[in-house]
Design a protein around this ligand. Sequence first.
Ligand SMILES: *Cc1c(COP(=O)(O)O)cnc(C)c1O
Length: 386
Amino acid sequence: MLNIYNRLPINVVKGDGVHIFDDNGKRYLDFTSGIATVSFGHCNQYIKEKLSRQLSELWHCSNIFNIPLQERVANRLVDLTFADKVFFCSSGLEAIEAAVKFIRRYFYTQGSKKYRIITLKNGFHGRSMVGISAGGGVKAKEGYYPLLDGFDEVITDDIDQLKNKITENTAAILLELIQSEGGVYSIDKDYIIKLRKICDENNLLLCFDEVQTGFGRIGKLFHYENIGVKPDILTSAKAMGNGFPVAACLIKQKIADAILPGTHGSTYAGNPLAVTVVDAVLDIITADGFLENVQENAKYFWQKLLNLQNEFPHFIKNIRGEGFLVGIEFSSETDTKKFLLKCLDLGLAMTKTSNPSIVRILPPLIIEKPDIDIAMNITHQVLKKF
Ligand SMILES: *Cc1c(COP(=O)(O)O)cnc(C)c1O
């Protein structure tokens, strides 16, 4: 295999609920959730049963046929969100690819010259050429030039700079609501409200990349609900499939009108197994009390995190994020790699961000208080010995 990942030194062979197991049978609390993906637990029983049934019905037939199941799941997403239409695909980068193409085509069909997309510095939108043209750090881009034309980066929170970037060619603004890979930076709510206003005034489309913040991670189906600002386009992936490769680009009708047969597509798009998983995930997330429980446990988790910060101010500079998307910024002299390895040794798995001093914690959304306590005791023990 290509040597492209900095892997943690355990061999993972099994997952069950909030735990993963190595090949020696040792158990770890999984506070990575497969990077915000296996949010509803490893080998989730309910999803497994639905998928097992579908495995005996139909795996794949391609989009040359009507697939009633696919239509039903799309309708559920439309009923639950701002969107009028759904494009299914298989990964976050494909959802971003679709969003960028749809933005361009929407303006094309209006006879407009608009095609440029404003993005935020420190953003992350996947590893395709579109993804690294729209975001990603130096390392993600190096050696891959020339990147795609049509992206203009601005720094967050500087409305004047953003306004100055808008030209007659500007088509859209694309951003994550919390920049996760970049170090878990929440984007200010007032700034997002202003972006919506600027888009409306300048005939621009607003696109939220909710690949990581979606499907309950911040206590709502999508984080835009917490902020109270609706986008025109939204990308979703990761937890949407709880580990099954599935993603979607959600769009308003006016954009959908520009996307006709032959203008986009993918072989696996809306594959019956994939949409079965989304259907099951939607059952879980919309069940009475599920998201309320997530919100309550996240609050409890944050209390514990702030206690930890108070006790170890020398190591912990800042705790960022919201809900179950948390970044702990350590002081520059703290060896975060050693911290992660020591925690792993004691049975707690966590991950980093592209910034080495920021540890990212992504507990499964089904985590309960006793397991939060266990995780916090482990981090406490490790920091005490540091
Ligand atoms: C993970 C991620 C992507 C890319 O998704 P892949 O499924 O890895 O292609 C895009 N945007 C954001 C915000 C992400 O967190």
